[in-house]
Design a binder for this molecule. Structure first.
Ligand code: PLP
Length: 544
């Protein structure tokens, strides 16, 4: 490691990333490339001799960026957010810089101790009961993802019950979850079994929810399932709660039920847990004192760069120091608490609360736009910053709006303007609009509604608009540029478009003739490598 080279290259990389954020709105949110696109653009093997950084930056711009789906775009509303922030970024950078492997206390005492302290801070912000704090003999640990956290919990719960009932009873252990529980649980129970967790796939109960309980699990349904398993001689041992519509299960009652049957109760609040730092949303986790473990993703809606998933347990921790290698699957671990520490310090609790409230306010705005348009309906009550909605199908629609809404989703996403995802509730295809990108402001909500959603919804038939191609001459020779024609910044005779450069030969043969675009074109592609220029657009690109 040459410190001066690091300084020079590091500054250039930071400049590059800052420019990326500056121009992030000019890219199609959902990457528009086809599978295998990169194989055609990169050499078949690694270079024998070192290459220069500038060539690599050029490749990042021209070959990598087009294949990026921009999770940090203010127009990103898909899945759940995955926040980045200056604070989180600096923490990530420092962690990479120190590059320790902190599996035990002695391998870097600060790494273990900072993690304990920062997770106690966060536990206090969430008003978690004392038994989840290190001072209460419990404590938190940072896992890579919520899925990993669920696996860790599954193993801990399994071992606890097997110590009591004997190892031979493995095949009798039953896990309960709702049909809204994150697919991570099913993945662990179905795919990783029996290698890791050992739970028999037929012993995973995915219990049904519906609109009558706003997609939260009903107590009767769980009780019935437990009773019938008990009478079949099985052993209920774990309940995992959570959701795709951001519904909240009745935590307190489920916790009591779990306790009555001596089951482990895990709360997976990966997304909504962040909101509970605001006093007005804290009641959603009332009853958390009944839980054995509680998880939340700081890397979702809490400004901490991926990955940072926090898991608290009510363990009985008797030793003076923690060796976190025993609280996770791998041995080695990164210094991830730095990210969370910087986020908590550079923002402060009050700002973090306003951050959450602002997104919930924006989601409310979007919800109002949907409710005020008779073509649409909101299909599940909005609690946090997720709005679940759909186009109302005509009466007697063959598939009850499946094709209609799927078509709308495809059209909207391939416009590149915003990115949404979907779920299925009560058998219906539902669009999900999740607010939570740090750069999203009021204007993005308005445009998201107006331009792709409302406009496309009013078409009789939804067609994905063809993407236009033209040939452009750049300093590196003749290139084919892909235009996103319905671009954000356009006036009568000038359109600012996103351009993607590809080798003209392959692109022409792949796409055949392309249609001429009208007017003048300026590129806003990160102005560093492609100079900001204006071209007269050719009438017929083939003759250019
Ligand atoms: C996002 C999410 C997960 C999965 O999170 P990863 O960290 O990507 O594993 C699990 N559960 C819930 C409730 C979620 O929202």
């Amino acid at each position: 490691m040459d410190a001066e080279q690091l300084r020079e290259y590091g500054h250039r990389m930071v400049d590059f990333i800052a420019d990326y954020y500056k121009s992030i709105e000019s890219f199609p949110v959902l990457s528009q490339v086809k599978p295998g696109y990169l194989t055609e653009l990169l050499p078949e093997s690694a270079p024998n001799d070192p290459e220069c950084l500038q060539d690599i930056f050029d490749d990042i711009l021209q070959k990598i960026i087009p294949g990026i789906t921009h999770w940090q775009s203010p127009d990103y509303f898909a899945y759940f957010p995955s926040n980045s922030s200056t604070a989180g970024f600096l923490g990530e950078m420092l962690s990479a810089g120190l590059n320790i492997v902190g599996f035990s206390w002695v391998t870097s005492p600060a790494a273990t101790e900072l993690e304990v302290i920062v997770l106690d801070w966060l536990a206090k912000m969430l008003k978690l009961p004392n038994q989840f704090l290190s001072t209460g003999k419990g404590g938190g640990v940072i896992q890579g993802t919520a899925s990993e956290a669920i696996l860790v919990v599954l193993l801990a719960a399994r071992d606890k019950i097997l110590r009591k009932v004997g190892k031979k009873s493995l095949e009798k252990l039953v896990v309960y979850a709702s049909d809204q529980t994150h697919s991570a649980l099913q993945k662990h129970a179905r795919v990783l079994v029996p290698d890791i967790a050992g739970i028999f796939p037929e012993n995973l109960r995915v219990l049904k929810t519906d609109l009558t309980s706003n997609y939260a699990l009903s107590l009767e349904v769980v009780s019935e399932a437990i009773s019938s398993d008990l009478s079949a001689g099985l052993i209920p041992f774990l309940y995992v709660g959570t959701t795709s519509s951001a519904a909240v299960d009745p935590i307190s009652e489920l916790g009591k039920l779990a306790k009555a049957f001596n089951m482990w109760f895990h709360i997976d609040a990966a997304y909504a847990g962040s909101a509970c730092i605001c006093p007005e949303y804290r009641h959603y986790i009332d009853g958390v004192e009944e839980a054995d473990s509680f998880g939340m993703n700081a890397h979702k809606w809490f400004l901490t760069n991926f990955d940072c998933s926090v898991l608290w347990v009510q363990a009985s921790q008797e030793n003076a120091v923690v060796d976190f290698k025993d609280w996770q699957i791998p041995l080695g671990r990164r210094f991830r608490s730095l990210k969370l520490w910087l986020v908590l310090r550079l923002y402060g609790v009050a700002n973090l609360q306003s951050y959450i409230r602002n997104h919930i306010r924006l989601a409310e705005q979007f919800e109002q736009l949907i409710t005020s348009d008779s073509r649409f309906e909101v299909v599940a009550p909005r609690t946090f910053s997720l709005v679940c909605f759909r186009l109302i199908p005509p009466p007697n629609d063959q598939d009850n709006g499946y094709k209609l809404n799927h078509g709308l989703l495809d059209a909207v996403n391939s416009s590149g303007k915003i990115f949404l995802s979907h779920t299925v509730l009560s058998g219906n295809f539902i669009l999900r609009f999740a607010v939570g990108a740090p750069l999203t402001e009021d204007r993005h909500i308005k445009t998201a509604w107006q331009v792709p959603l409302s406009d496309f919804a009013s078409l009789d038939r939804i067609d994905i608009k063809p993407i236009h191609y033209i040939l452009l001459s750049f300093r590196r020779g003749l290139n084919l540029a892909k235009l996103i024609p319905n671009s954000k910044h356009s006036s009568a005779n000038e359109t600012t478009v996103n351009v993607e450069l590809e080798d003209s030969g392959t692109l022409l043969s792949r796409h055949g003739a392309s249609r001429p675009a009208l007017g003048r074109i300026t590129t806003t592609l990160m102005n560093k490598s492609v100079d900001r220029k204006t071209w007269d657009c050719p009438r017929n690109p083939k003759n250019y």
